[in-house]
Design a protein around this ligand. Structure first.
Ligand code: GRF
Length: 212
């Protein structure tokens, strides 16, 4: 008998919006060769498109809204409990993986202490961190912007950079047109980077991420 293929690496994906980048991950995970499976999709708000996409794909979902908790620390703890519940099949010697794909909140110490987190950001970090990245890049007049996949730490888009790809800005771009072209790149970059990092691993030396 040939050896059975390794089990796919489970990941929880967190979203706050329409979830088009989540959809790219869902589609990638349909291929058993991809090596990653989405154990659950969580959101900080109910009813968003990303949750609907996950439900349509038969993926478990959960909502953990800061407004339902007396303070940020308790929200962070509840989110960590949800994430860990869905990742309990992760082998004890492996990281528990979370992917944030348009999740518009800073994660707290409970989640970051329990999990390794990859985020996609619609700019070439360290330029234009935060939630207005595309508008800020346009307003600054840059000719090239792009997409970054990075490891998440407690700062706002400050974690070590794993992968980046450039997107030229066109003279007639507005925020919507530019963001849409960046998202095309984000989908491909995140799908490739999630596979590489979760299935093959990485090392960090100071801030430099070396992929295995
Ligand atoms: C992406 O550009 C992500 O980087 C940003 O929010 C967007 C999410 O898009 N933070 P979608 O909801 O996946 O379409």
């Amino acid at each position: 008998m040939p050896p059975s293929p390794p089990s796919p690496v489970p990941a929880v994906v967190l979203v706050s919006g329409s979830g088009s980048i989540l959809q790219a991950l869902i589609d990638a995970c349909d291929d058993p060769e991809y090596g990653v499976t989405i154990a659950a999709v969580g959101s900080d708000r109910p009813g968003v498109g990303g949750l609907v996409r996950a439900q349509g794909a038969g993926i478990p979902t959960f909502v953990c809204s800061p407004g339902d908790f007396p303070d940020r620390g308790q929200w962070d703890g509840a989110l960590e409990a949800e994430v860990s519940r869905h990742l309990r099949q992760t082998p004890p010697d492996q990281p528990r993986w979370v992917v944030t794909a348009g999740f518009m909140r800073l994660l707290g110490t409970a989640v970051l202490g329990a999990c390794s987190v990859l985020n996609t950001h619609p700019a070439l970090l360290p330029s234009f961190p935060g939630t207005r990245a595309v508008a800020d890049a346009l307003a600054h007049g840059v000719k090239v912007t792009g997409a970054t996949v990075h490891l998440v730490d407690e700062g706002t888009d400050t974690g070590p950079i794993v992968a980046q790809r450039a997107v030229p800005v066109r003279p007639d771009d507005d925020e919507g047109s530019l963001h849409e072209r960046i998202k095309v790149v984000e989908r491909d970059l995140l799908v490739r980077t999630v596979r590489r990092v979760l299935t093959r691993g990485y090392e960090t030396h100071d801030r430099k991420v070396l992929l295995a």
